[in-house]
Design a binder for this molecule. Structure first.
Ligand code: NDP
Length: 414
């Protein structure tokens, strides 16, 4: 079985402890590949390598850094099919969506290759004629970038590309549960001609590798996407060193369907956003508020479209939905559905695992439409990260806005 190594100081490296983890396919639980599983020591070595590489990389002209990033983008595009297949096998999403994710990650490299040249400063009017105030942008140092499993390539790309373009060096830690495609992406980026140590990659758990990247004073910036609880912990730890932080955390997005909506279009948009990637997206549609006058028509349309979705292993070109990422995600979804049903919701379709031998060993779940929801139900307040479209009706636009805003999240709305 192929072993995916880490990248430290320009060298593909095994973990110091020799520990290895096996990554399994959520569609059938078969092993896909092994990864060298690092710990705090490996993370510290990677940080030191990035610290050593920083002065040289920071000095290179933005144009030159941009050329390397463009070349990296070309290499990722050349390997897109291979990377996408790995992504489908480790994460579950259908191959055409995995392809889109990899290509959009290549675009991130191109985008920041250009943006790096436009890292403008500012002249600020001064109170005195004897002085001139300038704001200049300078590379910060070592950036620690930590990403989750739902878009393991894309979310990593949108962090490391701007850091590299700005002249920072990087230590990346992808999700320990879906690290394969991200590793291929990082290796391709490195191959484009980055000096050793500029881009490093460490596999391992958030508890060990993630904590070291956040707590070690060498990292000057932490860019994290993941759960809100993890983000809070990182914020607290990073504050001890007054590190710069970018946190992209959980979401709970409402969609409002008004009385004058084009029902077919609205249903299609909600279906797409509720079930894509099996609802495992931070900006999924999590709550649908539908005007009383069109609630029945909308529900019928949504159910009709949902029932046409084809479920199966992501490598099958005909499927719309793959498995969920893990049993934990599936169980959380089931628990929230049970809670909603207990409190008076009704199921219009889905609500269980699909039947059939081909689904037995994977974490499959039927896309589910629920009606008669209210805000006492956990699903209307907590992130589900599952393929569920819960509906609740309203009678005035003011009421719809009040319901949509009745959430502690604020990531997206439709
Ligand atoms: P987690 O917060 O569990 O993990 C995210 C990353 O952080 C992983 O690499 C994880 O490592 C690592 N990590 C875990 N604990 C720590 C720690 N104490 N210190 C440092 N790093 C740590 O999130 P998930 O992977 O479960 O991802 C799903 C979440 O991500 C959802 O809440 C979703 O809303 C959010 N998300 C937000 C987006 C946004 O743009 N706002 C976009 C996509 C997802 P390990 O893999 O070992 O657990």
């Amino acid at each position: 079985m192929k072993r995916f190594k880490m990248l430290i100081d320009g060298v593909a490296t095994e973990s110091i402890s020799g520990r290895v983890a096996t990554i399994k396919n959520p569609a059938n639980q078969e092993p896909v590949a092994e990864v060298s599983f690092g710990g705090r020591v490996d993370a510290a070595l990677a940080l030191k390598a990035a610290e050593r590489a920083f002065p040289g990389w920071a000095k290179i002209e933005p144009q030159r850094r941009g050329e390397i990033l463009h070349r990296a983008s070309d290499l990722v595009r050349e390997k897109a099919e291979e990377i996408a297949r790995l992504l489908t096998q480790e994460q579950g999403k259908p191959l055409r969506y995995a392809r889109n994710e990899v290509l959009s990650s290549a675009e991130a490299l191109d985008y920041y290759a250009e943006e790096g040249k436009r890292n403008f400063g500012e002249i600020v009017p001064s109170a005195s004629k004897r002085s001139r105030s300038l704001v200049i942008s300078q590379p910060l140092g070592v950036a620690a970038v930590i990403s989750p499993w739902n878009y393991p390539v894309d979310l990593l790309a949108w962090k490391l590309a701007p850091a590299l373009a700005a002249g920072c060096t990087v230590v990346a830690k992808p999700s320990s549960k879906a690290p394969l495609a991200a590793t291929e992406f990082v290796m391709a980026t490195e191959e484009a001609g980055l000096p050793p140590g500029v881009l490093n990659l460490v596999h391992g758990s958030g508890r060990d590798v993630g904590s070291e990247l956040v707590e070690n004073p060498i990292s000057r910036k932490v860019s994290f996407t993941g759960e809100t609880t993890t983000g809070k912990e990182i914020m607290e730890k990073a504050s001890r060193h007054v590190k710069r932080l970018s946190l992209e955390l959980g979401g709970h997005s409402p969609a409002i369907v008004c009385e004058d909506a084009k029902i077919e279009e609205a249903a299609e948009a909600c279906m797409y956003r509720a079930f894509s990637n099996m609802g495992q997206i931070c900006i999924s549609v999590n709550r649908i508020y539908v005007h009383d006058a069109v609630a029945e028509e909308f529900a019928d349309e949504l159910v009709k479209m949902t029932k046409k979705l084809r479920i199966g292993g992501g490598l099958d070109p005909d499927v719309d939905l793959g498995p969920m990422f893990s049993e934990a995600q599936r169980q959380k979804t089931k628990d929230q559905i049970a809670d909603a049903l207990d409190k008076g919701a009704t199921i219009l379709c889905g609500g269980s695992e699909p039947e059939g031998e081909e689904f037995r060993r994977g974490f499959f779940f039927m896309p589910t439409v629920l009606d008669r929801m209210d805000h006492s139900m956990r699903m209307m307040r907590e992130e589900t990260f599952g393929p569920v479209a819960p509906m609740m009706s309203f009678s005035s636009n003011d009421e719809a806005l009040r319901l949509a805003n009745d959430s502690r999240y604020g990531l997206a709305a439709y």
